[in-house]
Design a protein around this ligand. Structure first.
Ligand SMILES: NC(=O)c1ccc[n+]([C@@H]2O[C@H](COP(=O)([O-])OP(=O)(O)OC[C@H]3O[C@@H](n4cnc5c(N)ncnc54)[C@H](O)[C@@H]3O)[C@@H](O)[C@H]2O)c1
Length: 360
């Protein structure tokens, strides 16, 4: 296989292995997971717990990572060679949980080998790569799901319900803050690491297509931005703003959403009452001239709706398996992943030009 990826440098034979064989069962999906670093164990844990899914193989080029996997999943086949997973006739789908720069080559090889693909955010490093994978999957009738985890969280599903049933009224703005100290990534900026979360949430809540992006920010250690402020303009005077930062002394995960009828605060660090809805707003009455503009403020009740605490990744992976078995296209498919990658590229372009507006 000519995937262009560096080889593992560790012989697969160095690890005790279970035979990579699994009986074919049309009611379940057999998955191989590539990447068992920080996020991979969450994927393996959730897939293993699903009724209609079998984790057949876990691959990581690091022997240390596989040692950890062996302790928790002694019955699962382990390998340092991703080609073994991609070529196996006993695997229906591959989860790619490796650094961003490897997503395209691994997903491409998986699709070439007839595997459905679950790939981490951000989908790819460029929109051209994303387009190529979407075309390849469509030609081979295979599913792509991009891990936009937050879209499956109880909080975001509740907010979508409040947007859809008109509780908030016409949307004015979406303002998200995702800041903490580190973790610095080696291959991507804070924009490509953290903003995919906010951009995918924004994409899920504001169904309009964005018109333009402005981004400013800074880099203090290498040429990758470690803090950024991204503004996304939508039709209908809806504005989104995203603040991502690896240099914050405190961890903040809050989103404010302003609507004409209600305003909402989502604090994801709150154990209970993650969402608060404020019956607050502004009413304008036009007088005779511009100086007669009358502004009155409404300040009513505040309440906290119930939020489903089910782990988002569990629901998302359950949906992945369902989509494969039903031959259905997931809502967080390659096209959703591409929309996010296009916004990330626009943010990069604007950042490079010190905040010049980039029209989409
Ligand atoms: N959805 C989320 O909330 C979430 C959270 C964290 C990370 N992520 C995403 O998950 C991906 C991985 O992030 P991470 O923090 O787990 O990174 P990580 O560096 O901790 O782990 C990546 C693992 O992949 C392995 N690997 C790399 N190339 C490989 C190859 N060719 N073959 C086999 N193994 C290989 C590495 O050895 C490492 O163990 C990234 O795309 C990241 O954006 C998503």
């Amino acid at each position: 296989m000519s995937s262009g990826l560096p080889s593992s440098g560790l012989s697969a034979a160095a690890l005790p292995q279970r035979e990579l064989t699994a009986p074919r069962n049309s009611d379940s999906v057999r998955v191989g997971v590539i990447g068992y670093g920080y996020w991979g164990p969450n994927i393996v844990r959730n897939l293993s717990a699903l009724d209609r899914c079998d984790v057949i193989s876990v691959c990581d080029k690091s022997a240390h990572a596989l040692k950890r996997a062996r302790k928790t999943y002694p019955a699962v086949h382990l390998t340092t060679d991703f080609a073994e997973v991609l070529r196996s006739p006993d695997i229906d789908a591959v989860a790619i949980v490796t650094p961003v720069w490897t997503h395209f080559e691994l997903a491409k090889a998986a699709l070439e080998n007839g595997k459905h693909v679950f790939v981490e955010k951000p989908f790819t490093s460029t929109s051209a790569q994303a387009e190529q994978l979407i075309e390849q999957a469509s030609r081979k009738n295979l599913r792509i799901m991009v891990d936009h985890t937050f879209v499956f969280s109880g909080a975001v599903r509740k907010i979508r319900e409040l947007v859809d049933n008109g509780t908030l009224g016409q949307l004015y703005y979406f303002d998200s803050t995702r800041v903490n100290l580190g973790l610095f990534q080696h291959d991507v900026s804070v924009v490509w690491d953290l903003a995919p979360h906010d951009l995918s949430i924004m994409d899920y809540l504001i169904r309009e297509r964005p018109e333009a992006v402005v981004a400013t920010g800074g880099n203090h250690f290498n040429d990758l931005a470690d803090m950024a402020f991204i503004t996304v303009y939508f039709p209908g005077n809806v504005t989104a703003h995203i603040n991502v930062n690896w240099l914050s002394p405190v961890k903040v995960r809050t989103t404010l959403i302003g609507g004409r009828d209600k305003m909402l605060l989502w604090n994801d660090l709150e154990p209970d009452e993650k969402i608060k809805i404020y019956d607050k707003g502004v009413e304008i009455t036009n007088g005779q001239g511009v100086y007669d503009l009358l502004v009155s403020y409404r300040s009513g009740d505040v309440w906290a709706p119930k939020v489903d605490p089910t782990e988002a990744l569990k629901l998302e992976l359950e949906y992945f398996v369902e989509c494969i078995l039903a031959g259905q296209t997931p809502s967080n498919d390659g096209v959703a992943g591409l929309r996010v990658v296009r916004l990330l590229e626009a943010a990069d372009q604007s950042l490079k030009n010190r905040g010049r507006i980039v029209t989409l």
